[in-house]
Design a protein around this ligand. Structure first.
Ligand SMILES: [Zn+2]
Length: 75
């Protein structure tokens, strides 16, 4: 569902582009072909840390995000 802005317009959830009609914002979101991947808060912190300081890949050991990501991209 599109986000409604303070001035009565609608925003794509993903790219934040503004549209006059909610259907347009929803269509934009659908065209991004989003995948939804479950991640715990602590694992999200590990992934974020790794993205900013990728010197220690062991930080991601045991984080199921990579498995979920691969599974989401397979379909
Ligand atoms: Zn968009």
């Amino acid at each position: 569902m599109a986000n409604k802005t303070k001035d009565g317009k609608y925003q794509c959830f993903y790219c934040l582009k503004i549209y006059a009609k909610p259907e347009e914002a929803d269509k934009c979101r659908e065209e991004h072909d989003l995948v939804y991947i479950p991640v715990s808060r602590s694992d999200a912190n590990k992934i974020l840390n790794y993205l900013f300081v990728p010197s220690n890949p062991e930080i991601l050991e045991g984080v199921p995000f990579v498995k979920f990501l691969r599974r989401a991209l397979r379909t």
